[in-house]
Design a protein around this ligand. Sequence first.
Ligand code: FES
Length: 206
Amino acid sequence: MSRLNDSNVLLAHEIIERYPRKKSALIPLLHLSQEQNGWVTPEAMRHLAELLDITPAEVIGTATFYEMFKFEPVGKYVINVCQTMSCALLGSDGLMHHAEQKLGIKAGSTTEDGMFTLEPAECQAACTEAPTLQVNYRHRYRVTNDSFDQLVDDLRAGNLDGEIPPHGTLGRNRQHIPAEKFVGAPDPDDVSDGPVWIPVSVGDDS
Ligand code: FES
C-alpha cells in the first residue's frame, strides 16, 4: 500500500490539527508515510498534498531537501558509513570497501534480498569514535572489518531486533496533546500586530 492507510489518515488529521497552517504538518506526515512503507512513495506524496491542500510539487520540493527521506525502496537496514575527515583518516575507505565485499553490493545500492542498503555519509558527530557508521541512524563506533561482519550477521539473524527497528520506524512514544492543552496559535495570516517582546530589566545580562 502506498497511500496512507486508514489508521494513518486518522493520525495525519490529528497531527494537522496541531498547526495553525495545514502545510506546517508536512514533515511529520512525510515521516509517517515513510514509516508505513519504508520509503516515501509518489502516491504517498500525492496523498499528502491532498491532505494538506498543497501541490505535489510543494511536497516533493520540501521532501527532497532532507537526506533522511528516501524516494525509492531501501533495505530493512540502511547502513551509512561515515566518509568525512576523522573517519577517513582512521580507515573509513577501507571499511566501505570491506562493507561492499561483505554485502556483495556497491555503495548506493541495496542487496537483492532487500535487507541492506549501503550508503556513504557525512560526519556523524562522533569523530572521537572514528570510524563510525549508523544502522537506521543508530550509531556504531570504532568499527573494524570484523565488527562490521558481526553486525551484519547479527542483523540477518534478528539478534538486534529489539535495538534496531526496520528503516522508517518512528519513536514508540507518540505525542498526544489533549485539546485543552493546545496553545491556540492564530493563523499567521491573521496576525497584524507586531511581536510581543519579553521585557528585560536594565542591568539584566541574561
Ligand atoms: S568524521 Fe566521522 S563522525 Fe565525524
